[in-house]
Design a protein around this ligand. Structure first.
Ligand SMILES: [Zn+2]
Length: 253
């Protein structure tokens, strides 16, 4: 950052961040898994906030039915069926030249997720299905890597900060959902643009707390909301120390 580059001045003046918090952000790195509605907004907020290194991974292409909620893309991207990591990565680079963007076209899987997660400080969930989240959770427990779960459907969603070893993991909270279960998705239930943006913003704010040196400010419990029904609650969550993969007495599987 140069002396004349004041792009972060409104963040730095905020009491919770300051120069020190901004510096910590610049020294931090995140993986944004998926670059759709959640991931595109998460990635933009990380890049604009000055997180030093942002890796985005997505295998998909932009389509017209993405545009009502996927704020990183436009009609030209949909007409060309552009790869999200490619065109999104270009946009992210244009937002902030101080951030190192690592944009990768790949399908996240149990085989490669550890590699993408190993060298970052925090993992952000921009995924659209539960099995992929379970893979992140398993890898996070194995690596003892914090991640933020963000799920949306219809007009509602959940957000939870997961710090393996300290907080419940995803499997502590959803022990009965099989990783292979085909749960209803946005194709049948739908999804509203503001709901994705709201959930991603909520998660991005948790990420800023964690990365800037205020992890004690992070949410405990799981936020559950429905923006159509005007329901907001923080659900208490507990570690399943006996049966979960995150139990110290069990090997991560
Ligand atoms: Zn657990």
């Amino acid at each position: 950052m140069t002396a004349t580059d004041n792009r972060y001045s409104r963040q730095i003046v905020f009491w919770g961040l300051g120069e020190e918090g901004q510096q910590r952000l610049a020294e931090s790195s995140v993986l944004v898994a998926g670059l759709g509605a959640l991931g595109g907004t998460l990635a933009q907020l990380m890049v604009r906030s000055g997180v030093g290194r942002v890796r985005v991974v997505d295998h998909d292409r932009v389509s017209l039915d993405n545009l009502h909620r996927q704020l990183l893309y436009d009609e030209g991207d949909a007409e060309q069926a552009a790869l999200k990591a490619e065109t999104g990565g270009r946009s992210l680079k244009a937002m902030n030249r101080l951030v190192k963007i690592d944009a990768v076209t790949d399908r996240l899987s149990g085989d490669n997720i550890l590699d993408y997660m190993a060298d970052v400080d925090l993992v952000l969930d921009g995924l659209d299905n539960f099995p992929a989240r379970v893979q992140i959770n398993t890898a996070a427990v194995r690596l003892q890597k914090p991640w933020i779960y963000t799920g949306v459907l219809g007009s509602g969603g959940n957000v939870m900060v997961i710090r393996p070893g300290q907080t419940p993991c995803l499997r502590c909270v959803f022990p009965d959902v099989s990783p292979d279960d085909s749960l209803p998705g946005t194709e049948t239930v739908g999804i509203l643009g503001p709901v994705s943006a709201f959930a991603a913003s909520f998660s991005a704010n948790e990420a800023l707390k964690y990365l800037s040196g205020s992890p004690d400010k992070c949410l405990t419990g799981m936020v559950r909301f429905d923006l159509w029904q005007n329901d907001f609650e923080v659900v208490p969550v507990k570690r399943n120390l006996k049966d979960c993969i995150c139990s110290p007495s069990r090997e991560a599987v």
